[in-house]
Design a protein around this ligand. Structure first.
Ligand code: GLC
Length: 742
């Protein structure tokens, strides 16, 4: 008995000792919090946009009223503001400087929608790492990225910043970006805190109009819009950002269930939750808050730690605490999160940015990665008569179109710090590529994507007539996508389509290269062009990348991260749709309906009379210059039980004439469940390289928990029954193999 008591005593003593060995950072926070006045605490929750070394900024920092500054990118100014915080404020708490470094800082990589089209997480991590190295050199240690809103509406301008329509693809891409931004450890001076945004449901905005209301049943929120954010927590994202939208009437900045129940309690997130720009104050516009004081109270109650340019916290929290409307405990929790991030970034020990004479911008490695990412982000949508790659029989090319030589537009949205003079445009690259061998005839025709001047068309046609092949670079100016830039008509702007028709009439072969910030409805253009390469906006090195693809130094490997609709009226259209009770069958298109047809003569199933039921291109689609065959898809066992896994494998062969890369995609379908489930769900992918004639077996391990979904009882669980599984080249191809989950 004595031995047992002694053992218990020792065990309890050890446990108490361990619990008291608090994380050293938490101990430091405790000590600092104990010294801070209420005003100083609230100051840490206040984020202001940079105004250089203005007297107002300097005095606010000195008074301890600023926790973070965003959009200040002059390293000397950053260091001076930091010096004021460290030396002139009472407690010397360092500032943290933030910026949107969404797809590059100086070296610009493809827009995230294009990066997602690479289906190559390593290149995405590499691009993010380079972004961090460039940005931190100016003192930025907090990046407001990645944007991981699953986006299924191409009208929404911010689809350009997203990783597309799929929760799984967005999850793995977002995690790769976080890893690149944050590096091996946050305390490294080239690491910057990532910020998973916009939490949450922002992309479900009604009508694809930015900042609009969203209605998202919790089951859909859990199944579609939250997984990428949970993956961000698992990837160690240091911060999150609220979204502007209301979810079912509750704005995210005041959404206690979202921010406290899900993000903190369920996911155990201990990072910083920052509002979006003014999103706390905008709760007044939403009509859920009376005034700024009310908005401040709602936001702190809902768990928002920092107020980006809303002035609700700095203006009203002290009064709210003194009146008892808000407890100081809530303030302490928020400040603890802010201080924790600053300690983790080692800002207390190393607050200043080392000023180097040569900034680490546009290094050879950065430009090489930017080119590789642009190569892998381009998707070959059509290659009639193997028009591409152009062979060396070509004696002259006409380089036409508003995007052929548009150094700023090829960078895409959210490229604030880019320098277009560093862009290598398609025209410049083609000229470099060909040298004197081939005559390059350049005529933009249209000055910019929205140009409607018909005179340009005549010039372009005249140029085209002199060439063997026409390379037509069309698409969107950068300003036509991104925040607040939504379009109700997602066709080629201006008279670009008319120009293509005129080019086609010359009888020359036409290669259409589209550089845009979203999927465009290019069905008509698809019939007219001999080949179509979709390049989104490819960044600084878009030109050399496209030249390599057009002339065969590189082979297209991109796959669509988002469905391309035939018509905008099909939106929302995405691959992981439900079967419905009347799936489309016996489709009769509008022009085929007999005059006077009886009401029931067309059958009753789910499709549009003028668009059918299929998209222009499905999620996961992308051609190559070579071809691949898929065979022998098989599962390692026909029954799977909880906690178990099975292997799915298939043989892929390069059956064409070029070495190439292929993205093998793993999809499942739950055939019968307590809730209707999607016809397919992506659960894995592998990008493999195959030489001509080479065969490889790809194997995926499918775990039982990957079959789980949120059921009507709000429990995430896999249900017994039959499943189908595919390994295929896109979300509509392939033959399934069945297995049972017991
Ligand atoms: C914006 C954006 C957000 C960005 C923030 C700071 O309005 O919604 O994505 O990070 O402001 O620029």
């Amino acid at each position: 008995m004595i031995k047992k008591n002694l053992f218990l005593f020792i065990l309890v003593t050890v446990l108490i000792a361990c619990s008291q060995q608090k994380d050293p950072i938490e101990k430091k926070i405790d000590d600092l919090l104990a010294k801070m006045t209420l005003q100083e605490k609230i100051g840490q929750m206040n984020q202001l946009t940079g105004t250089g070394l203005s007297d107002d900024m300097k005095s606010q920092i000195k008074a301890g009223r600023v926790g973070s500054v965003l959009n200040e990118i002059d390293v000397k100014t950053v260091n001076e503001l930091q010096r004021i915080a460290i030396e002139n404020s009472r407690l010397g708490i360092p500032l943290i400087f933030g910026r949107d470094v969404i797809h590059g800082f100086k070296t610009i990589f493809p827009i995230p929608l294009g990066q997602a089209a690479t289906w190559n997480t390593q290149i995405i991590e590499d691009c993010a790492r380079i972004s961090a190295i460039e940005a931190t050199a100016t003192g930025i240690r907090w990046n407001f990225g990645p944007m991981i809103d699953v986006s299924r509406d191409p009208r929404w301008g911010r689809i350009a910043e997203s990783c597309g329509e799929d929760p799984y693809l967005t999850s793995v891409m977002g995690a790769a970006m976080i890893k690149g931004f944050q590096g091996e450890k946050l305390s490294d001076p080239t690491s910057m805190a990532a910020c998973a945004k916009h939490f949450a449901g922002y992309s479900a905005t009604e009508a694809g109009k930015d900042y609009n209301t969203t209605y998202i049943p919790e089951l859909q929120l859990r199944d579609v819009y939250l997984p990428s954010f949970k993956a961000a927590v698992d990837a160690g994202a240091a911060s999150f950002m609220c979204s502007f939208n209301d979810i079912n009437g509750v704005p995210s900045s005041g959404n206690e269930y979202l921010n406290r129940q899900i993000l903190r309690k369920e996911w155990k997130f201990d990072g910083v939750l920052v509002s979006d720009w003014g999103s706390i104050e905008q709760m007044i516009n939403h009509g859920v808050c009376l005034d700024l004081k009310d908005a401040g109270k709602k936001a702190i109650t809902a768990g928002v730690d920092m107020d980006m340019m809303g002035f609700a916290y700095i203006g009203h929290l002290e009064e709210l605490v003194k009146s008892g409307a808000v407890t100081e405990k809530l303030i302490n929790e928020a400040v603890r999160n802010v201080l924790r991030m600053k300690f983790r970034l080692d800002l207390f020990e190393n607050p200043y940015t080392k000023v180097t004479f040569a900034m680490p911008f546009y290094t050879d490695e950065a430009l090489q990665k930017a080119k590789q990412a642009a190569v892998e982000s381009a998707i070959l949508l059509k290659n009639g008569n193997s028009t591409l790659p152009l062979t060396d029989k070509i004696k002259s090319v006409a380089v036409i179109g508003p995007l052929s030589d548009a150094p700023a537009d090829q960078l895409g949205t959210w490229s604030f710090d880019a320098e277009p003079q560093h862009s290598v445009t398609p025209l410049a690259a083609i000229r470099n590529y060909y040298g004197k061998q081939v005559k390059v005839i350049a005529e933009k025709g249209l000055a910019y994507s929205r140009d409607t001047n018909p005179l340009g068309i005549a010039r372009a046609i005249a140029a085209a007539r002199k060439a063997d092949v026409i390379l037509y670079f069309a698409g969107e100016e950068a300003i036509l996508s991104g925040e607040a830039h939504c379009r109700a008509d997602i066709s080629l702007p201006g008279v670009q389509s008319e120009l293509l028709s005129a080019l086609k009439k010359t009888g020359k072969r036409v290669v259409l290269i589209v550089m845009a910030g979203r999927p465009l409805t290019i069905g008509k253009e698809l019939t007219e062009a001999d080949a179509v390469l979709y390049a989104f906006q490819g960044g600084t090195m878009a030109g050399p990348a496209l030249a390599d693809l057009i002339f065969g130094k590189a082979v297209p490997s991109g796959k669509l991260p988002v469905t391309f609709p035939r018509m905008v009226g099909q939106v929302p259209v995405y691959y992981a749709h439900k079967m419905t009770g009347r799936p489309a069958k016996n489709i009769v298109m509008i022009d085929d309906i007999p005059v006077g047809a009886q009401q029931t003569s067309l059958g009753n199933s789910s499709y549009h009379l003028d668009a059918g039921d299929s998209p222009l291109f499905p999620f996961g689609f992308g051609l190559s210059y070579t071809t691949f065959s898929y065979s022998d898809v098989k599962v390692s066992k026909n029954e799977l039980s909880e906690g178990d896994s099975l292997n799915v494998e298939c043989t892929i062969k390069n059956t064409g004439k070029f070495d190439g890369s292929e993205v093998a995609q793993l999809y499942i379908r739950d055939l019968v469940a307590s809730l209707a489930r999607p016809v397919r769900e992506l659960k894995g992918f592998q990008k493999i390289n195959l030489q001509v004639g080479e065969t490889k077996t790809v194997t995926f391990t499918l775990k039982s928990n990957q079959l789980a979904f949120w059921n009507a009882d709000m429990v995430k669980r896999a249900e017994p029954g039959e499943f189908q599984v595919w390994i295929s080249t896109d979300s509509q191809s392939g033959k399934p193999v069945s297995f049972k989950y017991k």
